[in-house]
Each structure stands twice: as C-alpha cells, then as structure tokens.
Write a protein that binds this ligand. Structure first.
Ligand code: CMP
Length: 139
C-alpha cells in the first residue's frame, strides 16, 4: 500500500504566515487522508540530512537554513496515485510557475519559501515518511 502514500511538509514560511489550516483544508478537500502528522522544528543537522540528495546543488545551504528557521508540519498522506496527485495539488516548485489555485500559487512567495514540500516518487515518499515517523505513529 506504500504506493498510495506520499509525504509532505508545510514549510516555515507557510506556518509563520498562519496558513496551516488553509493548506490542510486544501489537502483534505483534494481527497487525501492524513495517516500521520506532527508539528515540529528541524535542527540544521536534521534539515541537512533530509535534503542530503541536494547537497551538491548551489541552493543547499540556503535550503537547510530556511528549513530549520522555524516550525514545520510534517505529514504522511494517503490517496490513490498519491505522489502524482499531490504534486498537481501543490503546483510547480517555483510559485511563479504554479498553476492558479494550487497551494504554491496561493501561499508561496519564492522558490525558497515555497510553502510546502511533496515527495517526488513512491520510493522517496517512503524514505521521507520514515525520516519523521515510526511505524507506531502511522495509522
Ligand atoms: P522542495 O520540493 O522542498 O525540494 C527542494 C527544495 O529546494 C525545493 O522545494 C525549493 O524550495 C528549494 N530550491 C531552491 N532553489 C531551487 C532550485 N533552483 N531548483 C529546485 N529547488 C530549489
């Protein structure tokens, strides 16, 4: 059933701007079931580990600093075709290119502060969900 799950984080910009409720509303209305969820804050070490795949990219340092700058909401979501459907719901990484009505179009300001993360594959959805949640926390 792992193919029907994806992982998301509401990022520090969206949490700080008071958009947790509105974003969760869009996620639920989009047909996703919340399987696990936590409000937490990443240390720079943990943010660096989570985004280790981007270590060689020029934006890695800024990304780690931003993702550890304030609280986030991490969640595992379930729906048929979850990974692809969730990426459609959140829109393009760069909010300037995100379709109208998508979460990033509505709530994101820049490619760095882009409101929300969504896993890009089933494999990464499992890795990212396991990064935040123990088996006991996934219902
Ligand atoms: P996210 O989906 O969380 O995955 C990596 C993040 O790096 C991405 O969202 C962006 O917020 C951030 N980022 C900053 N610059 C870039 C870039 N040029 N290309 C892709 N991601 C970027």
């Amino acid at each position: 059933m792992e193919t029907n799950k994806t992982f998301t984080m509401i990022k520090p910009d969206a949490v700080g701007n008071g958009h947790i409720g509105a974003i969760l509303d869009q996620i639920i209305k989009g047909g996703f079931k919340i399987v696990a969820m936590k409000y937490t804050k990443l240390s720079p070490e943990k943010a660096g580990e989570f985004y280790a795949v981007h270590k060689a990219r020029p934006f890695y340092g800024d990304l780690v600093a931003f993702m550890s700058s304030g609280p986030i909401v991490a969640a595992i979501l379930e729906k048929d075709n979850a990974v692809e459907d969730f990426r459609k719901l959140i829109g393009a990484t760069d909010p300037a290119k995100a379709e109208p009505g998508t979460i990033r179009n509505l709530f994101a300001k820049s490619i760095d502060a882009n409101a929300i993360h969504g896993s890009d594959s089933n494999e990464n959805a499992k890795i990212e969900g396991d990064f935040f949640f123990s088996a006991f926390e996934k219902h």
